[in-house]
Design a protein around this ligand. Structure first.
Ligand code: FAD
Length: 505
């Protein structure tokens, strides 16, 4: 028997210094002892530089790398995010929110939404969002850290962040370098592979320097330098389900108080994000180039921003889908190198941290056992496919008649997994979360009903309450939620008190 540790990995090379590269560097350096980690990036190539909205799972990542939350928000000029507000997605004029966190509370064996479906049918329940503390707080532009509503069994606020992507990468870099990560500036010109195993042995810079490693993490963005450029792993294209392939982004001056939520406005052939930061607002128009030119898309974007633009609009091109295998040989791809799902539910940074967490769980030794790699790839595929389905739902569940783009999305064939979910929901409002898929039942419920997919009935157990009991049950929750929200400070005041960035020089 060999000694434990004989074939341990000691040398990791991370290719790329965008969000993915520095997240990987920070996480590995803070969690794995005995690794020498080198990150290679090219300032000349630069980073994508968008990716400013997150979901609550990022707080697990923050805890993993041990960062101080107030310091992180201050340094990235961030704000807090309670959910996403959708405008015009089902029909023109519709507004709903996919708010994070609990809505109402379960009773007996049934989740709250079953009682709400009955209450709404009988005219004793109000707007679904009135039972969500997150949505109620968000619409009043308030925020505080509140894990529970005091003296009740109701959860408090679930939150994520908006932040400046460039400042976030710089912040993570400071953490990673302090933990021993070495950075090399330079452009990689060649990837050197072992003739027998096919494994990557080194990346070679334009100046001839070879950087050798045992495990390579490809965070080179859309270029996918190692996983595709060298290993030709293949890409599974999902454009037929998610046809948007361009985004035009422009920052603007803030106008009014910072909303503690992202806004997503559906336009004629795509949609627009609005993300409030402390020093500016991020805006971008995601669209499908089959239906709209870049000039038209830029004009729509500029006509729908609140403050003065702070830069020229910038175009980004992308293709939706995922790498056939995110891990191949001794190369693990993270971030845009591993695939792209568009930002409507802010899932890309989550997928980076998810890839890192799974890599830590499946951390290899120099044998790179195929069973371990296969297990990793299966989990990554499952994670991507379930998020993909949720995103497709936003496009597919529309009743808009004003553009051929929305008609095409409504009429397209959808994945079987999504079709099953919608059919089950239509019958009696049931939703089943499979395995550890990211989005929970209540998230699906908000998007489905927000986009006018209404179940034919509700679960019969909801009839166990009398009409008066039902009215009292939902009414009490509404009162508690409204009271708790009214006692919180405004979002701006909370930031000013805890995590305001200094006035820019
Ligand atoms: C329009 C749009 C909106 C988005 N919005 C969100 C959002 O709201 N929320 C969210 O979670 N995500 C969002 N994303 C995704 C998010 O931006 C990315 O997941 C994130 O920025 C990670 O990028 P990356 O690090 O993989 O790649 P990049 O930022 O492209 O970094 C690639 C790195 O590789 C280096 N590199 C490349 N080639 C070489 C070479 N030859 N030699 C040396 N170095 C090299 C580059 O210098 C760079 O450092 C969005 C993406 C797009 C396109």
């Amino acid at each position: 028997m060999g000694r434990v540790g004989d074939s341990r990995i000691t040398k990791v090379v991370i290719v790329g210094g965008g969000t993915a590269g520095w997240m990987a560097a920070a996480a590995l350096s803070r969690t794995m002892d005995g690794l020498s980690i080198r990150l290679v990036e090219s300032e000349e190539i630069g980073t994508v530089g968008v990716g400013e909205a997150t979901i609550p799972s990022i707080r697990l990542f923050n805890a993993l790398i041990g960062l101080d939350e107030d310091d992180f928000v201050r340094e990235t000029r961030g704000s807090f995010k309670l959910g996403v507000q959708f405008h015009d997605w089902g029909q023109l004029g519709d507004v709903y929110m996919h708010a994070f966190g609990q809505v109402g509370r379960s009773l007996g064996m049934l989740p709250f939404q079953q009682y709400w479906l009955r209450g709404r049918a009988e005219g004793v329940a109000g707007r679904f969002g009135d039972y969500s503390l997150n949505e109620t707080v968000a619409l009043q532009n308030r925020f505080a850290r509140l894990p529970h509503i005091p003296n009740t069994s109701l959860d408090g606020i679930a939150y994520a962040f908006h932040f400046d992507a460039a400042l976030y990468a710089a912040y993570l870099r400071r953490i990673a370098e302090a933990a021993g990560v070495e950075r090399t500036e330079g452009k990689i010109a060649e990837v050197r592979r072992n003739g027998e195993s096919g494994h990557v042995e080194a990346v070679v810079l334009e100046n001839g320097t070879a950087i050798e490693g045992e495990l390579f993490i490809d965070c080179s963005g859309f270029r996918a330098l190692l996983i595709e450029g060298a290993l030709e792993t293949g890409f599974e294209d999902w454009t037929h389900w998610l046809p948007c392939d361009r985004a035009i982004a422009v920052p603007s001056e803030n106008a009014g108080p910072a909303r503690p939520y992202t806004q997503a406005f559906a336009h004629r052939s795509g949609w627009q994000w609005r993300i409030p930061l402390q020093h500016r607002t991020g805006n971008g128009h995601v669209f499908c180039s089959d239906f709209l030119s870049e000039d038209e898309a830029a004009a729509i974007l500029l006509a729908n921003i609140e403050g003065r633009p702070l830069a020229e609009p910038r175009t980004l091109r992308f293709r939706t889908g995922m790498r056939q295998r995110a891990w191949s040989g001794n190369v693990v791809a993270l971030g845009l190198a591993s695939g792209f799902l568009e930002p409507i539910e802010s899932t890309s940074i989550h997928l980076i941290q998810n890839g890192i967490a799974r890599l830590l769980a499946h951390f290899p030794d120099r044998d790179f056992d195929a069973a371990n790699i296969d297990a990793y790839n299966r989990r990554i595929r499952f994670d991507h496919e379930r998020i993909r389905d949720f995103i497709i739902l936003h496009y597919h569940a529309n009743q808009r008649t004003d553009s051929s783009f929305w008609t095409r999305c409504r009429e397209m064939a959808i994945p079987e997994t999504l079709a099953r979910k919608i059919a089950l929901f239509r019958s009696q409002g049931q939703l089943v979360r499979e395995g550890d898929e990211l989005f929970v039942e209540i998230g699906w419920f908000q998007v489905l009903t927000g986009q006018n997919i209404v179940p034919r009935g509700y679960h019969p157990m909801a009839d166990q309450l009398s009409r008066e009991e039902l009215s009292g049950f939902v009414g009490d929750i509404e009162t508690i939620v409204a009271g708790a929200a009214s006692r919180l400070p405004t979002h701006d005041d909370f930031i000013a008190q805890h995590c305001a960035a200094g006035v820019p020089a």
